[in-house]
Each structure stands twice: as structure tokens, then as C-alpha cells.
Ligand binder design. Structure first.
Ligand SMILES: [Zn+2]
Length: 304
């Protein structure tokens, strides 16, 4: 048996993606329909997957719901891990360490740099005792998601500082801030805001964005494959942009509204017309088809 962190499920899933040059989806779910949709899509596509929840779930549904997700995910016929996204409150991180998570994203963006390092490092050390790996954000992404405060103005990750920050905190996966925005994207979309490619047109070279071009690639080059990168801010995001991100070292792609809009639309149109059993069965089917589509885009199909 391998030792930690190689023994950890999220670590194995993300490092397989790093080794074979694809990305795995981190699918944000809120209810049993979401859990079933991801597991069924992953099994049909023979794809690895990561099911993730926000701290909201910890409070609203509680640890027994996390236990349900973990037993369903770990009982699947393909590798699926369970992850907590954006753990802002230290008290939530402590609670999460006692739940059935494989990995936790620690978000220290509320703190100053030294406090943030201390927070992340403390959870990394506690996670090691429990066999839980840690993702963290360096810098600060703009926007907001369910139950999280809305952030105004981003703080971009400095490629020069990433290596020492990862060493000081001991994190296993890094979520960089390179112009990505928590959904929905402002005008121009991911195509305008991401700073991924150093080879740009003359027009862009002359623009204010010049200084930031190539940031994601520089972060990837500074860290190497041992610290895989995580993409936040994917709503909406074209298939081409996902592929551009993967070419720049992204190995985990967080997906929320992008894969559940069809399900939400179906519920809003059909609830009140169908029995709950039919609503759930057809809802899960629609949801899982969207997840499958993204598994194709990310290249995780057939990798399990
Ligand atoms: Zn995020």
C-alpha cells in the first residue's frame, strides 16, 4: 500500500490526469440528483470524477449527507473522490476534517498573506493526519458563488512567488488567479479575461493586458507537474478555452452551473406537471448528459 499523499483518492485522480495530459471535472453538487448524475455519467464514460460541495452543504445537510456522498462515490466502479470547495472559515475546515472528505479546498483569501499561509499550513498538517489532501488558492479571484461572499477586484497570482508559497504551506493542488472569474464572467468572457498565452497578437501586446499575458503558463512552469493546477471560474467557458487551460497545466476543472443549467431549466418547466419520481429520474438523466459532455471536452472519458 502506498503512503500519503499517494494513497489519497483525489491525489491519485489528479496525478493520473497530470501524467496523461487531461483534466478531471470537480462537479459541484447540492442534492442527491447531482450526486447520482455525476456517478452515472462517470460510470457510463469510464471517467474519473471529483464530486464537490460548498460549506453550505456542511451546514444545511450536515455530515451524514457527506457520508452518503462518500459511500456512493467510493462504491462506484470508477475512481470518484469527494471534495469540499472554498472553505473560508477555519471552523468549517475543522468540521470538514472530521467528515468523509478525500480533499478540502482551503480559501485564505480573507486573510493577509502571513495569516493565510498559517491557516493553509495548519489545515495541511491536520489533513495529513486524516489522509486528506489540500487545494488552496493563491491570490484572489473575483466574483462569487453559492453561500460565498462576493469578491470585488482580483489579486493575480505572481508566478515568481508560487514555488515558495507551495513549499511553505505544503498544499497538494494550487488554484491560481490568472484573470479567471467566479461566474458569471463579465463582458468578453473567459476569452478576454484569462491570461494564458504568451504568444499574442500585436494589438494585444500594445494593450494594458500585455504585462499579464502568459501568467498561467508561467505558474505552471514554475511549479512543474508535482503541484497540479485547478481551474475555478468556468461559467461560461467555451470548449476551446477548457482545452487552452489543459494545455497550460490545468488538471482539475471546477464545474457548477455549466453542467446543471439544463437540469434547472427542466425542473422549473416540469415541476407541478410530473410526479416526483419522474421528475427525479428525468432530471438526473438530463444532468448526467451534461456532465458526460464535459467529460468528453476535458479528455477524461475512458481514463478510468
Ligand atoms: Zn472557486
Amino acid at each position: 500500500m502506498s503512503s500519503f499523499p499517494a494513497s489519497n483518492r483525489t491525489y491519485q485522480i489528479i496525478h493520473d490526469a497530470a501524467k496523461r495530459g487531461y483534466a478531471v471535472g470537480g462537479y459541484c453538487v447540492y442534492n442527491t440528483d447531482g450526486v447520482l448524475a455525476v456517478i452515472r455519467a462517470a460510470e457510463r464514460c469510464r471517467s474519473p470524477a471529483i464530486i464537490q460541495v460548498f460549506p453550505w452543504t456542511l451546514h444545511f445537510q450536515g455530515r451524514h449527507f457527506i457520508q452518503f456522498i462518500a459511500s456512493a462515490a467510493h462504491g462506484a466502479t470508477v475512481p470518484i473522490s469527494v471534495h469540499l470547495d472554498h472553505c473560508l472559515q477555519p471552523s468549517d475546515a475543522d468540521l470538514a476534517l472530521d467528515c468523509a472528505f478525500d480533499s478540502i479546498m482551503v480559501d485564505g483569501s480573507m486573510f493577509d498573506e502571513e495569516q493565510s499561509i498559517a491557516y493553509v499550513k495548519r489545515i495541511v498538517e491536520k489533513g495529513r493526519e486524516k489522509g486528506i489532501t489540500i487545494e488552496a488558492e493563491l491570490g484572489r479571484m473575483e466574483g462569487g458563488e453559492d453561500g460565498l461572499p462576493k469578491i470585488e477586484g482580483s489579486l493575480l497570482t505572481d508566478p515568481k512567488g508560487v514555488k515558495s508559497w507551495v513549499e511553505r504551506t505544503g498544499v497538494h493542488f494550487l488554484a491560481p488567479s490568472f484573470g479567471n472569474v467566479h461566474g458569471p464572467y463579465p463582458q468578453g468572457g473567459a476569452e478576454k479575461w484569462w491570461q494564458v498565452d504568451r504568444y499574442v497578437s500585436m494589438l494585444d501586446r500594445l494593450s494594458y493586458r500585455r504585462a499579464h499575458y502568459g501568467r498561467l503558463k508561467e505558474i505552471y512552469e514554475a511549479l512543474g507537474p508535482q503541484t497540479p493546477l485547478v481551474l475555478h471560474g468556468t461559467h461560461p467557458c467555451s470548449d476551446d478555452m477548457f482545452k487552452t487551460g489543459i494545455a497550460s497545466g490545468i488538471r482539475k476543472v471546477n464545474l457548477n452551473r455549466t453542467v446543471r443549467n439544463g437540469y434547472m431549466n427542466f425542473l422549473s418547466e416540469e415541476s407541478g406537471k410530473l410526479e416526483l419520481t419522474q421528475l427525479q429520474e428525468r432530471g438526473v438523466q438530463i444532468y448526467s448528459e451534461e456532465v458526460e459532455r464535459l467529460m468528453v471536452v476535458l479528455g477524461s472519458v475512458g481514463k478510468a
